[in-house]
Design a protein around this ligand. Structure first.
Ligand code: KIV
Length: 305
């Protein structure tokens, strides 16, 4: 009897011990899960963006074209970095985005990738690398992913490039669409004015946005269209809508880095908010440096070996 009682006691004690470890393990797992939750979005993915839209959390997106600025932007907490073909205007000094090449985009994108730890990096497919046929489009997208290490590509246009978009997505490459003002079509539009003000163009834009969602795009940029239309599109589709000059009722905003830093005084569209006047600041700094050199104030004794 006593022996039986002892074995019962032993098994009870063992169970209790296991239970104790169970509780400890559960606690530990909970803590790990909690620390992951507080360190939310350690790496932004296309899935994170979908979740952000579902939760009503706005997405902040900016362009970047080089390693140093990309690193600063990333550490500042921007969710998405776009290596935009606007690099053609703001870095290379071309009048339009058309001249930038795939090799040049890959060069800029790979520099950005090396500077970023957290943000999702999307790269524009440049003009002429995806419009001719879907095979060429896929080849271009593969080069961006493989040679630059990008996470996704962006293409301008709707139904006219549906084949290309579908083929790229089928290969496992995430695609972001771009509708409204599409700067690669500037010679067709003739101006950079607001698009889709007319009913027929607005209706086509809605059809295109729905198509982009249906074929599997993870998001769409809407550029320079009426805010009311952008709001309608953002409500119609489940994928995130990122606006530039498309009002506040969308899922996120994108702007060109050089523009928000005030590096180009001549470019002042209504949708742009400047957070710095870097043109003035840089000019001041460079003038001071040149002055110091000329009056032999630089370098001083402490600034030499
Ligand atoms: O190229 C670019 O910078 C862009 C954004 C303006 C959306 O496409």
């Amino acid at each position: 009897m006593c022996h039986i009682a002892n074995s019962d006691t032993l098994s009870y004690l063992n169970k209790a011990k296991n239970n104790f470890y169970d509780i400890k393990l559960k606690k530990l797992l909970l803590q790990t899960r909690m620390s992951k939750a507080t360190n939310k979005y350690s790496r932004i993915t296309t899935r994170t963006l979908t979740e952000m839209k579902a939760k009503g959390e706005k997405i902040a997106m900016l362009t970047a074209y080089d390693y140093t600025m990309a690193g600063i932007i990333d550490k500042a907490g921007i969710d998405v970095i776009l290596v935009g073909d606007s690099v053609s205007n703001v870095v290379a000094g071309h009048e339009t985005t058309l001249p930038i090449t795939l090799d040049q985009m890959i060069y800029h994108a790979s520099s950005v990738v090396r500077g970023v730890k957290r943000a999702l990096i999307i790269v524009d497919l440049p003009f002429g690398t995806y419009q001719a046929d879907s095979k060429e489009a896929l080849r271009s997208a593969i080069r961006i992913m493989k040679e630059a290490g990008a996470h996704a590509v962006k293409l301008e246009g709707g139904s006219q490039i549906q084949d290309s978009i579908e083929r790229i997505i089928q290969a496992g490459i995430p695609v972001m669409g771009h509708l409204g003002l599409t700067p690669q079509s500037i010679y067709k539009f003739g101006t950079y004015n607001v698009r889709a003000k007319e009913d027929s163009e607005a209706e086509q834009l809605i059809i295109d946005a729905q198509m982009l969602e249906k074929v599997g795009c993870f998001g769409i940029v809407l550029e320079k269209i009426p805010a009311k239309l952008a709001k309608k599109v953002a409500h119609m589709v489940n994928i995130p809508i990122i606006g530039i000059g498309a009002g506040a009722q969308v899922d996120g905003q994108v702007l060109v880095l050089n523009d928000i830093l005030g590096m180009n005084k001549e470019f002042s569209p209504r949708f742009l908010r400047r957070y710095l006047n870097l043109d003035d600041e840089i000019t001041k700094a460079i003038k001071s440096y040149a002055n110091d050199v000329k009056k032999q104030d630089f370098p001083n004794n402490k600034e030499q070996y």
